[in-house]
Ligand binder design. Structure first.
Ligand code: EPU
Length: 338
């Protein structure tokens, strides 16, 4: 029997730590329970809540909130070299990374300390320090919200892009991911230290031949130095995506701001770090009431305690408008604004 709670405060369920109330709230612990609640006609509309690490709640939720709490990790396939691990959606992502390191499974160590649950990782193709989820992804299983049927999506079907997938675009809101299967190495791990900051950190640690455990330690140290811990300071990681602009726009931009950092994505596209733009616009470390821009990484908006989602949204709009006026570049939110 699924318990339905009325007027539930969602503060504990969103990493921004904002107060917002769910009119009705249910936690599902099995795929069958999920199926059952989706078919419940008392609640025509449903709101799906995973780890709550990539959303900003700007108002109360006037429908049924379903918290996905499916747990379990199992091995789908294994040989001498690799393992296909099937992870249920409600498993915390960083706990999964630690589990893999304990078992010496390689592939997701660069994605250490990313907040949120495994089931939401494919939605925005989580990425950090030179690795994205798609690099180790085999497939995921998902339930159709209206029809209740299960479907398996392989790598191609997910249409992964930079912080994007089919679950964020064409099929937005239509599926609930119930499990994710990843392909991880058991030996001859591919050590990914191309990202400059990791190399610097490993040097500091006096590590010459890094193991996957060393890479994870380095990533954790870098993240802890720049990114606030949601348990201490409410936040949702990068609030904005790094904008990708075409070549004519890039040439105009770089001639005005030759000192700006950038990455060449392709012959015709360039990515500009939004953190740099926001810092140049003077927002880094600024605080407006309890809403603010993190002092160590301008891409992260923070809640100092009692900011409302609406206040954080106002700040984000102010930043967007200033960046547009100053640089002629549009920046887009990475988090889901609800
Ligand atoms: N920068 C500034 N000022 C700032 C922040 C950044 O000038 O306040 C400059 C840095 O000096 C550097 C460049 O911007 O030249 C890039 O900075 P950083 O390496 O910190 O990475 P990012 O582009 O700001 C992205 C991801 C992060 C991820 C890191 C590392 C996005 C939206 N964000 O940030 O992901 O951890 O790279 O790979 O792509 C997240 O998505 O929540 C997240 C934290």
């Amino acid at each position: 029997m699924i318990q339905i709670v009325e007027n539930k405060n969602l503060k504990q369920y969103n990493t921004f730590g904002v107060n917002a109330y769910a009119k009705y709230f249910a936690e599902v612990n099995t795929v069958d329970e999920l199926h059952q609640i989706l078919q419940d006609t008392r609640f025509p509309e449903k709101f799906i809540l995973g780890g709550g690490s990539n959303m900003l709640l700007t108002k109360d939720v006037d429908t049924l909130v379903i918290h996905i709490n499916l747990k379990g990790i199992s091995i789908d396939f294994e040989d001498d070299y690799c393992v296909h691990l099937k992870i249920m959606a409600g498993e915390n992502w960083h706990q999964l990374v630690l589990y893999c390191l304990e078992n010496n499974y390689g592939g997701i160590e660069n994605l250490s300390l990313i907040p949120g649950n495994t089931g939401t990782a494919p939605i925005q193709n989580i990425g950090a320090y030179g690795v994205e989820l798609k690099d180790v992804f085999v497939s995921c299983e998902a339930m159709h919200v209206e029809r209740g049927e299960m479907k398996t999506f392989d790598l191609d079907a997910c249409q992964f892009g930079y912080r994007s997938s089919l679950f964020k675009t064409t099929e937005k809101g239509n599926y609930i991911i119930t499990s994710v299967t990843l392909k991880l190495t058991k030996k001859d791990h591919k050590i990914n230290v191309g990202y400059g900051a990791i190399q610097d950190e490993l040097l500091k640690m006096n590590v010459e031949k890094p193991t996957i455990q060393d890479v994870s330690k380095a990533v954790i140290a870098i993240r802890q130095s720049k990114l606030p811990d949601p348990n201490e300071l409410g936040n949702s990681g990068s609030f904005f995506k790094n904008p990708v602009i075409d070549r004519p726009a890039f040439e105009a931009f770089i001639s005005r701001f030759p000192e700006a950092p950038f990455y060449k994505v392709s012959e015709s596209e360039y990515k500009i770090p939004a953190g740099w733009l926001i810092e140049q616009a003077g927002f880094k470390g600024k605080r407006y009431g309890d809403a603010g821009v993190h002092a160590k990484q301008a891409l992260v908006l923070v809640n100092y305690g009692n900011a409302t989602g609406a206040e954080i949204l106002v700040l984000s709009k102010k930043i967007r408008a200033t960046i547009w006026e100053r640089f002629g570049i549009e920046i887009e939110a990475e988090v889901n604004v609800v």
